[in-house]
Write a protein that binds this ligand. Structure first.
Ligand SMILES: [Zn+2]
Length: 392
């Protein structure tokens, strides 16, 4: 069923209205006779949420036992621990990603960008698993796959050709990782990443955890290559922690270049690190959007497949208190997420894909801070979940 009339709903917390869905899209005009109708009873209507940076393949969310986390403090500890754990347990990325994707859908997320590990111990096994999940979720949820060299490219001979294979088998985006701090040869690493992007005609999304001047240097190299290859609008920097711990003048100079080149920022807004703040990014014209990063995996026990929760955490980290500011936090998991990831037809305007979420809240700000249960989730005009339970 891709035809539907939602009666008495309040789009984005505004005045009550009826919303018509025809052919899986939001439509204008009179509802045809006999169309399936849902009484919204004045509930708040939101567009389907966008998860802009997660790792569907890594999660232990679906497993019966709690994963006891004993990982060391450095990023390299987390990388090594995970690789060993994956080899030891034979972690099934297909089952993990499917469970996580379904949990996201039940909570209203209809679009996901997932980084997926590619390395010399797992090969392209995780990408194959998430490709199966994408197939299983087709029509219900859009999943973008980033071929992500979690263990680095340079230190492990053969990773570049595995990335090449992952892109050939259907990964959408070329990933990268800390060109200085992990790879220790930023020019070589970024030339491989952008070379793969050029060969495959695919966008780039690079994990950049590097702090301060080191991260700013890597970012400059990313911007140089974006310009040289005319990849405007096709590059995302994930985390970009460095933008939170350089001077405002240095930050603003980098943001101005990012705006000019259409380079977006994916943020998880962690409490534990300096972060690029939402307000100066938006003021500079840079698209900044939200994601959980990993959820209940060997990196972190935290995270949840609930993008209203992520919007709240972005709001808290950015000290967003006013209702109009909290709307910006929500935008990070909505319009900005769709724009940053390149998901077309997002929103509540006529012609948009009918991905819709109905919640009991008096305002958008209340929906973010209270994270009420999802009364109804619609994807492409089909009802896919009621009261947090999948029906499709
Ligand atoms: Zn990540």
């Amino acid at each position: 069923m891709t035809e539907l009339l939602l009666r008495n709903v309040r789009p984005m917390g505004g005045a009550a209205a009826d919303v018509l869905v025809l052919g899986g899209r939001i439509a204008k005009g009179a509802a045809p006779d006999g169309i399936a109708t849902v009484d919204g009873a004045g509930a708040l209507l939101l567009p389907g949420f966008v998860e802009g940076h997660t790792h569907l393949d890594k999660t232990t969310f679906h497993q019966p036992d709690w994963l006891v986390n004993e990982v060391g403090p450095r990023i390299i500890d987390k990388i090594d621990t995970e690789r060993e754990w994956r080899a030891r347990t034979g972690h099934d990325a297909g089952a993990a990603s499917l469970a996580m994707a379904r949990a996201f859908l039940a909570q209203g997320t209809t679009r996901i960008r997932s980084h997926v590990d590619v390395d010399t111990s797992g090969g392209t096994r995780h990408v194959e698993g998430v490709l199966r999940t994408r197939e299983a979720m087709a029509g219900l949820q859009d999943i973008q796959i980033v071929a992500f060299p979690q263990s680095g490219i340079l230190a492990r001979q053969g990773t570049e050709s595995l990335l090449d294979a992952a892109l050939a088998m259907g990964a959408d985006i070329v990933g990268g990782l800390d060109p200085c701090a992990i790879e220790r040869d930023p020019v070589k690493h970024l030339n491989i990443v952008f070379g793969l992007a050029e060969r495959h005609g695919k966008p780039v999304d690079i994990h950049l955890h590097e702090p301060g001047a080191m991260g700013a240097f890597s970012l400059e190299l990313i911007l140089e290559r974006t310009r040289a290859l005319a990849m405007q609008g096709k590059v995302v920097v994930s985390h970009a922690f460095c933008l939170g711990d350089i001077t405002e003048r240095e930050r603003d100079a980098l943001l101005a270049q990012m705006a000019e080149l259409g380079v977006g920022i994916a943020t998880t807004a962690p409490a534990s690190r300096p972060v690029p703040l939402v307000a100066p990014c938006r003021a500079a014209g840079v698209t900044i959007f939200g994601g959980n990063d990993g959820i209940r995996d060997t990196w972190t026990p935290y995270g949840s497949p609930d993008m209203l929760e992520r919007a709240m955490l972005i709001g808290l980290r950015n000290n967003l208190r006013r209702d109009d500011e909290i709307a910006l936090a929500f935008d990070c998991v909505s319009d900005a997420g769709a724009a940053g990831c390149g998901f077309a037809g997002h929103g509540l305007a006529p012609g948009a894909r009918a991905d819709l979420v109905l919640v009991e809240a008096r305002s958008l700000a209340e929906a973010v801070v209270a994270r009420p249960p999802r009364r109804l989730v619609v994807s492409g005009g089909r009802i896919v979940a009621r009261d947090g339970i999948l029906v499709a």
